[in-house]
Design a protein around this ligand. Structure first.
Ligand SMILES: C[S@@+](CC[C@H](N)C(=O)[O-])C[C@H]1O[C@@H](n2cnc3c(N)ncnc32)[C@H](O)[C@@H]1O
Length: 312
């Protein structure tokens, strides 16, 4: 047996593939870093379950790295933060954190998941919002209620993009989604607006004719699409339960000073600088250029939020 560096092992494994033998290597797996016993219930705990994202970190792994390699109050950085797993875990571990991502959908998800609301406030806001959406959809899309001078009614616009009909061929579905989004966008509380925008973004896939369980943008012309308001309501209820857990889990002092503890921005990692020009620890998982087409995967959100005119 001999002790080898990782580099030696990689070189030897290349030689092995060419049919060249190599000696037994003294590299033992450290089971403390194994997370195989976790289920999706664990990995999507609190707000980690707000929105799907490709190649998400296991939060427990991120937390272990943060706790092992930094002290409380340290500044952590994730330049490819994706859905903000590092950002949230850093806050829960009482660290400060800077996160960036080039994808605006990632920024929206991260901003939504790092900020818990007082549960009662969120419940009241949710009830009012869902009631107003429901009334307007019943009146204008399904004509189930006579048109009233409903003061909660909002003007809505469908994004001008031919891809909208491609993914949402049923007119009533498009209208219903547009009404939901218009009500969210009218909210005065910016944090609440982002929270509901995140919920809206999450339901865009199952309310479109995107093939279920496919990560590739494939249409399923036979798909039976659920009513958007039903999907939205169901998902918001799940998020509200997760919010409650997060609210009681986060240190109240950090909650009060969230803007100081977490700085999240839409940007290119290659040009990122922290104000201090240094951080204590970088915890990141860089993009896999060949595995995932992030723009493809998030094109429905990009479409509804007009993040980009052309997916290409
Ligand atoms: C593997 S994912 C990170 C997932 C993340 N760890 C999580 O838990 O959700 C890589 C991320 O890199 C982002 N990305 C790709 N190129 C970038 C760049 N030049 N600057 C910043 N972010 C970039 C992608 O948008 C994607 O969100």
């Amino acid at each position: 047996m001999e002790n080898l560096t990782l580099n030696d092992v990689l070189k030897q494994s290349a030689r092995h593939k060419q049919g060249i033998e190599f000696p037994l290597v003294n590299l033992l797996a450290n089971l403390a870093w194994t997370f195989g016993d976790l289920t999706s219930r664990h990995t999507s705990y609190v707000s980690h379950g707000y929105h799907r994202y490709p190649a998400k970190f296991i939060p427990q792994l991120t937390r272990k790295v943060i706790e092992q390699y930094s002290e409380e109050g340290a500044l952590i950085c994730d330049p490819f933060m994706g859905s903000g797993t590092t950002v949230l875990e850093a806050l829960l571990a009482k660290r400060k954190v800077i996160g960036t991502d080039i994808n605006p959908v990632a920024v929206l998800i991260t901003q939504a998941k790092l900020r818990p609301f007082p549960p009662k406030y969120l419940q009241e806001q949710t009830s009012a919002l869902l009631r107003d959406m429901k009334n307007q959809i019943a009146e204008e899309v399904h004509q189930q209620l006579p048109l009233t001078l409903n003061s909660a009614r909002v003007d809505y616009l469908l994004p001008e993009n031919e891809r909208l009909v491609y993914w949402y061929p049923i007119k009533e579905i498009r209208q219903e989604l547009a009404i939901i989004l218009a009500h969210i966008n009218k909210l005065a509380d910016i944090h609440l607006k982002r929270y509901f925008q995140c919920a809206f973004s999450h339901i865009l896939k199952n309310t479109s004719i995107w093939l279920n369980k496919s990560t590739k943008p494939t249409r399923d012309l036979k798909k039976s699409v659920p009513a958007p308001l039903k999907s939205f309501t169901r998902h918001v209820r799940k998020m509200n339960n997760r919010n409650r857990k997060l609210y009681f889990l986060m240190d109240p002092l950090i909650h009060e000073r969230l803007d100081e503890y977490a700085r999240v921005a839409n940007g290119d990692a290659r040009r990122q600088q922290s104000a201090e020009n240094m951080v204590d620890l970088v915890v990141t998982s860089p993009p896999y250029v060949t595995s995932y087409e992030y723009a493809d995967l998030h094109q429905l959100t990009a479409l509804w939020f007009s993040y980009t005119e052309s997916v290409s």
